[in-house]
Design a protein around this ligand. Structure first.
Ligand code: HEM
Length: 518
């Protein structure tokens, strides 16, 4: 007898089978009270959804943009995986266009006129960091981007001492030493592996170590710079337009906050050491020293006391503002030079002339000033591939941006730089990389400086722009004399990834070999 079969099939007269359910209750209709609650909830939800659409349409008025917004999330999907193609479609839709993400109403400004108007209207609009950026920078950080009006002007004035020509002159040997160390390492690695390698992460590392050495000199140990670099990628990755709202362990913002803690720890220690060194009569050897020295200058009128933590927070905000933008500028600089051998050979001719054949002679700011052609290369490289595509601002009150449109108060308003930098009237053949356009003082590129929005415009214009350009020039000059670089072009080389700033999708694969006379 098959006992197992009988055991598994309970008879209908025994206890009720496990799969039976109360048929009677299933057939029961919901009670009237429950029904009414159901209808009320449905009515509220439908009204809210209709209201959401009505508010969107009311704010958008005649601006181009989707006629309806996707309920609740809007264009969330586009902001999670941003692409150049989607942005270009939005910019080309109109000089002003509308979009909504999570019910945040956003006006995108793509023309030069409107982009500049936003950047130069501090009474109507101010920079607004994405949610994650505030958490990463610390909400109590009083860095420049959070300030407005007179406090902002005074604060910036106090930091000007860090970017004077005297200060830049102090930074040059530091930058050159780090650059040579890293490029030598790149060449050593290339010597062991003859295939091309992406320079994306090694260029970011070079940039990070340069920044930390310029900011802190010998007040930060080399292993700390390595530690900060290793963790910094978490910060870059957290800079999405929309993040999970709470920094729970495991989230991108949580990891970024941990990385910031490590960086602030080392920067605070460096500020402490710099104060001691300057108090003992030391000569300024880095940005921190120059800052401490300028505060002690009897001619200096601003606030004199800054705690170690306050100084660390300023330096961290510099890192935050520059690490991704500088790396993008640097990597595209390499890619453009490798793709245009005729430009690279002109760069080398210029180096030969300035260095008078002595490639080991230390660089000075005066020598860098003479690199006119390389400066044109860097300017053109960032025009064609602007590291920062746009900066989010917030309308602090109703902002009459044009004759027929007023941005509603509390909307996000985003000036985009791409169309200004690719305007064919100002830059004929705008997609082409032509450094020569910057060499003619009367040419249309130089005659229209207001189109060059790579570093923004107005009261929040980049504070580090001269240092930034000088650093990219210095790095490319050193690379041009130390190494040959050949671009391994892949189908993704000329597509851009947007990871806070823009990068070649394949990470820019270069094959490096040493130049014999460097
Ligand atoms: C290629 C490199 C860089 C690019 C493309 C770049 C671009 C920008 C842009 C577009 C802005 C916003 C301007 C505006 O709202 O009008 C900005 C602001 C800023 N940048 Fe840069 N930047 C670069 C490097 C640097 C460096 C090296 C530093 C510091 C060492 C720096 C520090 C800052 C600061 C502190 C602000 C905020 C200024 C304020 O709110 O007053 N940036 N940058």
């Amino acid at each position: 007898m098959d006992r197992s079969a009988s055991a598994s099939m309970p008879s209908s007269t025994a206890s009720p089978p496990l799969y039976s359910f109360p048929i009677a209750s299933f057939l029961n209709l919901p009670k009237a009270k429950e029904l009414s609650a159901l209808y009320t909830s449905a009515a509220i939800i439908i009204s809210l959804l209709v209201l959401e659409q009505a508010v969107y349409r009311y704010k958008k008025r005649h601006l181009p943009g989707a006629a309806w917004t996707i309920p609740l999330i809007g264009k969330f999907a586009d902001s999670v995986a941003p692409s150049m193609e989607a942005y270009k479609r939005q910019w080309d839709a109109g000089a002003l266009s509308a979009v909504s993400v999570f019910n945040i109403f956003i006006v995108m400004a793509s023309s030069n006129e409107y982009a500049r108007k936003i950047l130069n209207s501090p009474t109507y609009a101010e920079p607004c960091l994405v949610h994650s950026a505030k958490k990463v920078l610390r909400p109590d950080n009083w860095c420049v981007v959070f300030l407005t009006g007179k406090v902002h002007v005074d604060y910036r004035r106090g930091l000007n001492a860090l970017f004077t020509r005297k200060a830049l002159g102090i930074y040059v040997p530091i930058q050159e030493a780090v650059c040579r160390k890293h490029l030598t390492r790149w060449l050593a690695a290339a010597g062991k592996n003859s295939s091309s390698q992406p320079i994306m992460m090694i260029a970011r590392h070079l940039n990070m170590e340069t920044s930390l050495a310029v900011f802190c000199g010998s007040h930060i140990p080399e292993h700390a710079a390595q530690d900060i670099n290793d963790k910094y990628w978490a910060i870059t990755q957290s800079l999405e337009l929309v993040n999970f709202p709470f920094a729970f362990p495991g989230t991108k913002v949580y990891k970024a906050v941990q990385a910031r803690k490590v960086a602030l720890h080392w920067l605070e220690l460096a500020a402490h050491k710099s104060k001691i060194a300057m108090a003992n009569g030391g000569e300024p050897e880095c940005m921190l020293d120059e800052w401490v020295r300028s505060l002690a200058d009897p001619a200096y009128k601003g606030r004199k006391e800054f705690s170690d933590l306050e100084m660390a927070m300023v330096l961290f905000s510099f890192l935050f503002a520059s690490q991704d933008a500088m790396s993008s500028g640097l990597i595209y600089g390499f890619q453009h030079l490798a793709d245009h051998p005729e430009v690279l050979s002109k760069v080398r001719e210029e180096q030969e002339r300035i260095r008078q054949g002595n490639y080991l002679k230390p660089l000075t700011l005066e020598m860098i000033d003479q690199m006119t052609y390389l400066y044109a290369v860097v300017k053109e490289s960032m025009r064609t591939k602007p590291p920062v595509l746009m900066v989010p601002y917030k309308a602090t009150r109703a902002f009459p941006i044009s004759d027929d449109y007023t941005v509603p108060a509390n909307s996000m308003v985003i000036p985009s730089f791409y169309n200004s930098l690719h305007d064919p009237e100002v830059y004929p053949n705008p997609e082409e990389f032509i450094p020569e356009r910057w060499l003619d003082p009367n040419g249309s590129a130089n005659a229209n400086p207001k189109n060059y929005l790579v570093f923004g415009s107005g009261p929040h214009r980049c504070i580090g722009l001269e240092y930034a350009q000088m650093n990219i020039v210095l790095t490319l000059a050193t690379a041009a004399v130390m190494m040959n670089f050949e671009h391994d072009v892949t189908p993704q080389s000329h597509l851009s990834d947007i990871i806070a700033t823009i990068f070649p999708k394949d990470g820019c694969r270069l094959k490096l070999t040493p130049r014999t006379y460097a």
